[in-house]
Write a protein that binds this ligand. Structure first.
Ligand code: ADP
Ligand code: 5GP
Length: 187
């Protein structure tokens, strides 16, 4: 039997739109799907676990990895570094998995340059007001941080053009199903 080919799935949305929530559901429902664990210099939130949610590393460690060429892509978001290790992609592809990259727009563009066959999905909020409500409800950012994320969201939404699929996360279950159908198109 021919070995299974791996597939990259780039999944972006403005912060607070619901990509973590939708991503978790997709991972629970698809055994073939794994999530790429990124490196970040951001401090872990209360419920986050090192090496499961992110590899939480220092700025110095991150910059060393940039220098050594260990990242497939990296970006700065709200003064913190975020990046995908080349190793993570290689291992996922070798295992013939579908790999979900929950990353922001700049990194997505860089990754797509290197992997033009990647599937790209952008999750849109029903409105900016609803996005603000979700960020407030989530309770993980200060009002100042929330306004920064809203500003960035408006910029990111302008760049949805290069994503192959756009899904609006209004009704959560519908959004999950829509993303699942897109992912299932890849065999
Ligand atoms: P992101 O990963 O894009 O920053 P999250 O998945 O953390 O966003 O979601 C932000 C908040 O919005 C969370 O409190 C989550 O429970 C809520 N949320 C996600 N999707 C929906 C939806 N369709 N309707 C209402 N609330 C939602
Ligand atoms: P958060 O701090 O909310 O976890 O993430 C902030 C933003 O960084 C989100 O848009 C998230 O998708 C993005 N992000 C997470 N990991 C990476 C990564 O490895 N590379 C890039 N470019 N963005 C990432």
């Amino acid at each position: 039997m021919k070995p299974k080919k791996g597939q990259l799935i780039i999944f972006s949305s403005p912060s607070g739109c619901g990509k973590t929530t939708v991503g978790k559901a997709l991972l629970e429902r698809n055994r073939d799907l794994i999530r790429s664990v990124s490196c970040t210099t951001r401090k872990p939130r209360k419920d986050e676990v090192h090496s499961k949610d992110y590899f939480f590393i220092s700025k110095k460690e991150f910059q060393d990895k940039i220098r050594k060429g260990e990242f497939a892509e990296w970006a700065v978001y709200n003064k913190n570094y975020y990046g995908t290790l080349l190793k993570t992609i290689e291992e996922g592809l070798k295992a013939g998995k579908k790999i979900l990259f929950v990353i922001e727009v700049q990194g997505a563009e860089k990754l797509l340059e290197k992997h033009p066959n990647a599937l790209t999905i952008f999750l849109l909020p029903p409105s900016i007001n609803e996005l603000r409500r979700r960020l407030i409800k989530r309770g993980k950012n200060t009002p100042e941080e929330i306004e920064k994320r809203i500003k960035r969201a408006k910029e990111e939404i302008k760049q949805v053009g290069f994503y192959q699929y756009k899904v609006t996360n209004d009704d959560l279950e519908k959004a999950i199903e829509e993303c699942e159908n897109i992912i299932n198109k890849v065999k």
